[in-house]
Design a binder for this molecule. Structure first.
Ligand SMILES: *Cc1c(COP(=O)(O)O)cnc(C)c1O
Length: 387
């Protein structure tokens, strides 16, 4: 019998404070709305937070960053890129946008991530790159994946949209491979409304991407001897971030320590609370070396109650607990990909399990200790009612 009152716990909520509002208004009070000091400072501060000799370039979104990576590495028609079946569509769309072919690989049942061995099994003579996704903040086994990449001479593009703060062996995700891509969409760890970051340890990659994201222009504003004069040696896009977004990102990044500590505590509390409940498993890191950034906690229902997932979610929602699904379908089952490449469900049993039987629970800054208790008690009650 639950005695506590009904609560209101959204799945995700952007964390906006007076400091955030003031910073944006300050930029609006000046004259520089783009090409300015805020983007530069955000890039420097983001690189400093990651450590490890990385560099950062602001972009308009994570998908833009992924697209820039493939353009920079000249991956295109005739090439294959290994991608997880269980990810956001953006991971795969970026591959399609340059005309390369995505090769889908199923995920590990405990972490939701690609494993080095499953990647290796998918390598063909056409493979040019691997796109790893640190699923809901659980870092992939990067040392093992980098070995496979080196052996087959493949580029590694890390999709870190949900993994700000995740590390493997002390090295921040995004700095293991050739490129790392971040998202600042409202419900991600930090937000700029829309926005992204491209990171790399390699200066030449950073220089190339900096130009590609601004029309392929050869020199930035500061480098122009005569204002307005520049040349365009390459094709490029406009994937820049504005100064209002960058200043918001800087203030948000200033709270990242508190943000990550809160997530970790909530994740731990909910995971512990769910331990005694039959019929579900939680996804988490399995290696001591891996530091999860705790985007959310995914509980995957066992087969027995598997087809009742939407009922479980609806009952949690009715009790005031926001839930989500990461991600709603394995990407190869989405209509665009199914139509283009066909879909054989036998190839992706684990991706299907996570999409069809997984419930993403909130762990963000807005979730209190009491909320964690309420979430586990309520989920326990719902499982009993349906079981
Ligand atoms: C949210 C998300 C994206 C897309 O990020 P945008 O900034 O909206 O482009 C890409 N990859 C993953 C894994 C995501 O979760």
């Amino acid at each position: 019998m639950i005695t506590s009152e009904k609560r209101d716990i959204p799945f995700g909520r952007p964390w906006i404070t007076d400091d955030d509002r003031k910073a944006v208004m300050n930029v609006l009070g000046g004259h520089i709305l783009t090409h300015g000091p805020e983007c530069k400072a955000f890039e420097t501060e983001f690189a400093a937070f990651m450590g490890g000799g990385g560099h950062a370039v602001t972009t308009s979104s994570c998908m833009a960053s992924l697209h820039l990576a493939y353009l920079h590495f000249k991956i295109g028609p005739g090439d294959e890129v290994i991608v997880p079946a269980q990810t956001h569509t953006a991971t795969v769309h970026a591959v399609e946008c340059v005309g390369a072919r995505p090769v889908f690989v199923d995920c590990d049942p405990k972490t939701g991530n690609l494993s080095a061995s499953s990647i290796e099994a998918a390598v063909t003579p056409r493979t040019r790159a691997i796109s790893v996704v640190h699923f809901v903040g659980i870092p992939c086994d990067m040392p093992a994946i980098m070995k496979v990449a080196e052996k087959h001479n493949l580029k590694v593009i890390e999709d870190c949209a949900l993994a700000l703060g995740a590390r493997v062996g002390g090295r921040h995700v995004g700095l293991w491979g050739d490129a790392g891509c971040y998202s600042f969409y409202p419900v991600k760890h930090i937000t700029t409304g829309e926005g992204g970051m491209f990171v790399s340890r390699h200066r030449d990659v950073i220089e190339g991407v900096t130009k590609l994201r601004a029309f392929g222009v050869d020199r930035s504003h500061g480098e122009r001897a005569i204002p307005g004069m520049y040349d365009v040696p390459t094709l490029g896009l406009n994937y820049r971030m504005s100064e209002m977004q960058a200043t918001l990102g800087r203030v948000q990044l200033g709270r990242i320590g508190e943000n990550l500590r809160g997530r970790q505590a909530n994740f731990k509390a909910i995971k512990e609370g769910l331990r005694g409940i039959d019929g579900l498993q939680t996804l988490d890191s399995t290696s001591e070396d891996a530091l999860n950034s705790h985007y959310c906690l995914i509980a995957v229902l066992d087969e027995k109650l598997g087809d009742r997932r939407n009922d479980v979610s609806a009952r949690l929602n009715a009790a005031g607990i926001g839930t989500s699904v990461y991600y709603p379908q394995p990407v190869p089952r989405m209509t665009f990909y199914k139509t283009k490449y066909g879909y054989d469900r036998a190839h992706y049993p684990q991706a299907e399990r996570v999409s069809d039987r997984g419930i993403a629970l909130p762990v963000g800054w807005h979730v209190s200790n009491e909320d964690c208790k309420y979430i586990t008690e309520t989920l326990g009650r719902v499982m009993k009612e349906l079981g």
